[in-house]
Design a protein around this ligand. Sequence first.
Ligand code: PLP
Length: 402
Amino acid sequence: MNIDLKSQFPALNQEFEGYPLCYLDTAATSQKPQSVIDAMSNFYQHSNANVHRAAHRLSARATQAFEAVREKVAEFINAGQNAEVIFTSGTTHSINLLAWGLTPRLAADEVILIDSAAHHANIVPWQELARRSGATVIPIPLRQDLTLDEQAFLTLLQTHKVKIVALCHVSNVLGTINDIAALAEQAHRYGALVAVDGAQAVAHHKVDVQALGCDFYSFSGHKMYGPAGVGILWGRFIQLDRLTPLMTGGEMIDTVSFSGTTYGQLPNRLEAGTPAIADVIGLGAAIDFMRSLPAAAFAHEQQMLIQLRSRLEALPGILVYGNPHQQSGAVAFNLSGEHHQDIGILLDQQGVAVRCGHHCAQPLMQLMQISGCCRASVGIYTTQQDIDRFIHAMQDAIELLA
Ligand code: PLP
């Protein structure tokens, strides 16, 4: 790749005891380009005021910048209208907001289907919803290669009263990509609502919520080169409009009196309180950054992932998990007979940052019959040198532990 993207990310330009940082933990959080850092700093220096409230011009400027990001997000994911874009603090908040909001619509004899590869953020809020409503949670089985079993999914739809299907777009552990459009079409045939966790998809794929055909889509700013503290819940207007607000208070009301309160319109109805204004501005800058990238940057990233996986598979004693034909962003692996944490520590000694543990996906670990694994994940700034460094550090770890 000719364009030098890494130099735009100040945090990547540092060393740990003489080793340049080799950051392969983008799935946990991406690094931030200078343009995002500058946008947030500029906001605080020149435009900081609360939004939607005051008569003064500084507040009008802040509000305009804030609402411009809503419009930018709507364009970025091809939402039907700006009011379908709800600012949250991240994917976890988005899914909690959604699961709470659906409470009155779920009956005790109904079922919530959840992707077995889901992150805890896409499991626990649904379990809580089931507990509140008496509904049942059923995991959607995976095939041997750890991809979602579409036949089993269909059988579940045919044999149960499924109200909600909670899917991940891309698995945060395996990088497996689900065919959301096909799954959503099937779920809709049986009258179910489809909620998609897109936390691991937005940084790697063009997301078009209308083409995906789902009803709700959640993601986090910090995994797509933006700041932490901001995320999105997108939903079809007609569905969002029926959600019971999780949070109530300022900003979300129409009228308040001690004899009763009426709620305002979307999107404000689901955005009580002062939002993370500067983080929203940073998210807007992250979208600008992503849109400025040529297609070659994403092709390069995918190339780095494919190479990382194939070179890793060639190392002795390495177990790589998941289906290589449907992969994006991350590769999960273990070294036979060794604890994943030990690998992580040895890699870190050479400045190589990977994630080790259960990756907030304990049900998936239980299916895989492992206590945890390592995960190397890439971004558009990952270089050939990063992959070489990782493989070299892995070879050293294997030798040391032999
Ligand atoms: N869903 C997936 C697939 C994730 O990878 C993550 C974070 O790792 C989350 C949800 C939770 O995101 P956040 O912590 O930004 O709310």
